[in-house]
Design a protein around this ligand. Structure first.
Ligand SMILES: NC(=O)c1ccc[n+]([C@@H]2O[C@H](COP(=O)([O-])OP(=O)(O)OC[C@H]3O[C@@H](n4cnc5c(N)ncnc54)[C@H](OP(=O)(O)O)[C@@H]3O)[C@@H](O)[C@H]2O)c1
Length: 213
């Protein structure tokens, strides 16, 4: 995004890592501004406070990546309960962010929502019950966005990836080079952002050629 001339606003939980990333990116892209906010999206109060803080920035938001997600395993027959935590990070924070930004996007008749769903937005995995439920919900949120932005210039695209070679696979034995690579997602995002005014890409399904993943 920085190399395309966008300023960026990055959010995750670790302030020190964010500050160091900001420095690194601003050296590489001296014309652009990198804003960082440490926020734990598993906490609705922090999410709402964060949304208040970003609304005070003078910068106008053009593109949103609803990306944060947490993969935890649980199944319906066991006592382990990760449902609230998984729903908060994978669904509720995206709901809050989207509700906060959509009116602004509609008012300016411009803006792009990318929502990172999952192959488990359309299928379920028994051993990832809460995650499957949350990702189905996130996909429903995206479909509502597509409906609600019809006949406007606001766009919304969902990504439904299978396994992607990201940090979440660190310490797991898996053929990560046979997964979808981050570059594949970047290329698809670039294509969406450069599509013509009336072109609406509803969803992008990305799977590995390795059918086990
Ligand atoms: N990787 C896959 O195989 C795969 C497959 C299908 C879908 N997806 C989806 O793709 C998206 C990105 O996944 P990923 O694999 O890139 O995940 P990841 O490597 O675990 O990265 C997640 C990012 O979110 C931040 N984060 C995690 N929990 C947070 C929280 N509670 N509050 C704020 N920030 C938080 C992390 O930074 P900090 O830890 O510093 O906070 C990190 O920057 C997710 O929605 C995931 O469900 C991934």
């Amino acid at each position: 995004m920085l190399s395309k001339g966008y300023d960026v606003l990055l959010s995750s939980r670790n302030q020190a890592q964010l500050e160091s990333l900001k420095k690194e990116l601003e050296v590489k892209h001296p014309q652009q501004t990198v804003h960082v906010h440490a926020v734990n999206f598993s906490d609705a109060t922090q999410t709402i406070y964060y949304l208040e803080q970003i609304s005070k920035l003078s910068a106008k938001i053009d593109v949103v990546f609803n990306n944060v997600g947490l993969y935890l395993e649980d199944d319906l027959s066991e006592a382990k309960d990760v449902f609230d935590q998984v729903m908060q990070v994978n669904l509720k924070c995206h709901y809050l962010i989207t509700k906060r930004l959509l009116p602004e996007f509609l008012k300016q008749n411009k803006g792009y929502f990318f929502t990172i769903c999952s192959a488990l937005s359309k299928q379920v995995r028994i051993q990832a019950a809460s995650y499957s439920i949350a990702k189905h919900g996130l996909y429903a949120l995206h479909k509502l966005l597509v409906q609600q932005t019809k006949d406007t210039k606001v766009k919304a695209t969902a990504f439904l990836p299978g396994s992607m070679n990201t940090a979440s696979w660190e310490n797991i034995q898996a053929p990560r080079l046979e997964f979808i690579q981050p570059k594949d997602v970047i290329l698809a995002i670039e294509a969406c952002l450069s599509s013509s005014e009336y072109a609406q890409t509803d969803e992008i399904i990305l799977n590995s050629k390795n059918s086990q993943y």
